[in-house]
Design a protein around this ligand. Sequence first.
Ligand SMILES: C=CC1=C(C)c2cc3[nH]c(cc4nc(cc5[nH]c(cc1n2)c(C)c5CCC(=O)O)C(CCC(=O)O)=C4C)c(C)c3C=C
Ligand SMILES: [Fe+2]
Ligand SMILES: [Fe+2]
Length: 342
Amino acid sequence: MNNKGILLVNLGSPRSTSVNDVKEYLDEFLMDERVIDYRWIFRALLVQGIILKTRPAKSAEAYKTVWTDEGSPLIVITEKIQKKLQKLVDVPVEIGMRYAEPSIETGIQKLVDQGITEIVLFPLYPQYAMSTTETVIEKAEEVRKKKFPSVKINYIQPFYNREIYINCLAESIKEKLPENFDALQFSYHGVPERHIYKTDPTKTCNLNDCCSREDNPSHQFCYRHQCYNTTQRVIEKLNLPKEKTIVSFQSRLGKDKWIEPYTDETLETIGKKGIKNLAIVCPAFVSDCLETLEEISVEGKEQFMHGGGENFHYIPCLNDEDRWIDVVKTLCEEKLNDFYLI
Ligand SMILES: C=CC1=C(C)c2cc3[nH]c(cc4nc(cc5[nH]c(cc1n2)c(C)c5CCC(=O)O)C(CCC(=O)O)=C4C)c(C)c3C=C
Ligand SMILES: [Fe+2]
Ligand SMILES: [Fe+2]
């Protein structure tokens, strides 16, 4: 195994909470054609002409509320996962972020400096999306071809339906669920509706029942389907009736239609429908970050209380829980072994 290594890839965060650093980060992130998928000129007009005029200051304030002494929660937690995994495997483990630093290039360089020529790259997203898994692979391939053409990269596939992951998530949720709750809400990061049609080669998703049908095999690239599938499998493990669960999509940006139902609108209305005690979990994220610690735990709680809710219980992400590190190890080892089959 001594020429093999592991690169864990997460989304990335700004370098600091200064407005300038947040602006630089948002510029790189939102100018990614797999995130805002307009023609370059329209993307630049929207991002640089509109969004970057006001959003950096607002986002910087939000980041300040979650930032820790060690830095951004997303980076700090990814580093913790790396350190714990490193203790369990006998190949080097590095991290790389899709946006900002440490970049994917920095991560690959660190592995190459240790003599690594075959890399297992793990995009830390359970569900596939053009704006997550796909852009990570595109970026890594671009960097590999340009700077490390003799390095081989083997990519870990989305694991939204893998038994080991589902068991891990279900056990983690079970431990953290309050004794009394009227509903368990699964809030996933949203994507523009258009992205679903773009990435589903079968074009069979009608955004209605097909996404929640367990037996639909045609959704290898349908983010929405994969979110419903994760939910369905977890609630089966938890023995929860479907009526006691809610699926919604958070963090929409801009004026386009995003996949529904929207988390904020759901939170504002369910209190009045009798859901007074809510538990909420965010399984699109493996590590807590701005979107869970601020948007859900703080803003989401306010929305729920404002809409007549009484008790709001946020269930943290898997973060560096040992059972999750075991899953990461298993998924990495499967791919490390794949190299022998090539
Ligand atoms: C988990 C999967 C994610 C998907 C799918 C995703 C799509 C997506 N995101 C934006 C815009 C923003 N997302 C922001 C933060 C953010 N997004 C994810 C994950 C997914 N995004 C994470 C983990 C984070 C947190 C990063 C951190 O540092 O903690 C932000 C920045 C924050 C803000 O200004 O609100 C933006 C902007 C789009 C447009 C999109 C799909 C097209
Ligand atoms: Fe996002
Ligand atoms: Fe679908």
